[in-house]
Design a protein around this ligand. Structure first.
Ligand code: ASP
Length: 490
């Protein structure tokens, strides 16, 4: 079989850096030209690489100076050379490598070849003790799997310090150590030892027969705001949200996705921006774990304002995913589509997808002796439902209030049934009973949800209807809209 060799795209970074003053190793590092890098590197590789290796460069940068237009150029280089080479290596500065890897992972549709980014903490051009040379050699090997008998990794990935990471799961975690990257919410794709070993079950499947395509339009109006205690005490955040250039805001929130909610003006600005079409995506500042909106009052409010969970996306993947999805979006319908798409897994960047279906506002409230039944009609759910893929099912209510006559300090008890119609008998503990839930009164409109997974919520079918039973006719439950929220994996 013809071996197509590897295209090495040199963009600069530490791997291509030398001290500005060759006599003074302490002088600031500068990036050398492609020509010099190629000459010196080829000398070191000599005849150790017995297949075609071509070096190109879109320009030499400290990666801190790279941005959306550079990602596009990189995409175009790979797209123009896609058929000619077996794989691609991008030599890149470590500072923004995870952003470039994430951006390319979204831009490449139906990628069937390895695209491996790597770089160095210590360059090999002037330092015998370095990580750059081994990083580069292994990346070239992974990019030419047929030659080295390595499993094909049809992904944009990062090779660093003997580990292969999915690019859009990776974050730079160390400014000086050789273990510069980590992929906190996804296992590594491969590792080095005597041989390079690929963990096959962790890699994406080769797209079947679909043609590779570049989709490189990116929206630049995305900002990321890191919360800290005290941010709510100034007007900076509120003023920022008024900026009309902004199309999407990422909140790096506390813990499972919480923000300070006592500043009413801030909430007002979020609501105003949201109704202008600005998308709010919530991430956690914690490197490990995921967002669970609604777990606390301080995040339930975000949901009620229309914010979306970023699940366990890295900040790098979140920014580039939004830029990518919004790049294609046209007008209000386009933005609405992005709102639906953003929390769906595209290329392995998040551990599960969230799908919400509006159950509408139609309901029937029936008083039956001592109890109150609220019947919520079913509506079509356009998801090919497969029980094994569903992790969590929630029945959620927006702008909901719940109160008790004279006594708002004790919970209201709900029993929830699936597909029990008005007039049908209620069989507690029977097949249609999804459980009993206690909810404390909610006096100002908020997001209220019931996790119905446990008792067979996952058996929902296309037109599932729900009945909420409240034990007392004087307990009041009201809401603006109801929805079914599914967490699922592909
Ligand atoms: N500032 C450099 C860069 O990202 C750091 C590195 O490459 O390690 O280009």
């Amino acid at each position: 079989m013809e071996n197509k060799g590897v295209l090495v795209i040199y963009t600069g970074g530490t791997i291509g850096s030398v001290p500005k003053d060759p006599e003074d190793p302490e002088s600031p590092q500068i990036v050398i030209s492609l020509q010099e890098f190629e000459e010196r590197t080829r000398k070191l590789l000599e005849d150790h690489i017995p297949f075609g290796l071509k070096f190109v460069s879109p320009g030499e940068y400290d990666s801190c100076n790279m941005g959306v237009d550079n990602w596009k150029t990189l995409g175009e280089i790979i797209s123009a050379n896609y058929d000619e080479f077996g794989g691609f290596v991008i030599l890149h500065g470590t500072d923004t490598m995870a952003y470039t890897a994430s951006a390319l992972s979204f831009m490449f549709q139906n990628l069937g070849k390895p695209v491996v980014l790597t770089g160095a903490q210590v360059p090999f051009l002037h330092n015998l003790r370095n990580d750059g040379f081994q990083n580069m050699v292994a990346a070239i090997q992974i990019a030419n799997p047929t030659w080295y008998d390595i499993d094909l990794v049809p992904e944009v990935c990062i090779w660093f310090n003997n580990s292969l990471y999915r690019g859009n799961r990776t974050t730079k975690i160390n400014a000086s150590g050789f273990k510069a990257f980590s992929s906190p919410n996804y296992p590594i794709l491969g590792e080095n030892g005597e041989d390079i070993k690929i963990h096959r079950r962790n890699i994406l499947k080769v797209p079947s027969r679909k043609k590779f395509r570049l989709q490189s339009k990116m929206e630049k109006g995305v900002v990321m705001l890191h919360f800290f205690p005290g941010i709510q005490d100034s007007k900076i955040l509120e003023e920022t949200l008024k900026n009309r250039e902004i199309k999407a805001v990422i909140f790096l929130a506390f813990g499972s996705g919480n923000i300070p909610t006592q500043n009413i003006e801030l909430l007002r600005q979020i609501r105003a921006a949201n109704s202008r079409g600005v998308i709010f995506l919530i991430l956690t500042q914690c490197p490990i774990g995921r967002v669970e909106l609604g777990l606390y009052e301080t995040s339930a409010q975000l949901l009620d304002l229309g914010a979306i969970s970023g699940v366990d996306l890295t900040p790098e993947a979140a920014v580039t995913k939004l830029m990518f999805l919004l790049g294609e979006a046209e007008g209000i319908p386009g933005v609405l589509r992005v709102k639906n798409e953003i929390n769906k897994n595209k290329v392995g960047e998040q551990s599960f997808s969230i799908f919400s279906t509006n159950l509408g506002i139609e309901r029937e409230v029936i008083i039956e002796g001592e109890i109150k039944r609220i019947y919520i009609k079913g509506s079509p759910i356009n998801l090919p439902l497969n029980e094994d893929q569903i992790n969590k099912v929630m029945l959620a209510f927006r702008k909901a209030t719940l109160s008790k006559k004279d006594k708002n300090d004790s919970p209201v008890i709900f029993d929830i049934y699936i597909d029990v119609f008005p007039g049908d008998a209620l069989e507690k503990g029977g097949n249609n009973h999804l459980g009993s839930f206690k909810k404390m009164p909610v006096l100002s409109p908020n997001y209220v949800f019931f996790d119905i997974t446990k008792n067979g919520g996952w058996t929902i079918d296309e037109f599932a209807s729900f009945t909420l039973v409240i034990k007392s006719t004087t307990d009041l439950f009201d809401y603006v809209s109801a929805e079914l929220v599914l967490y699922y994996t592909e």
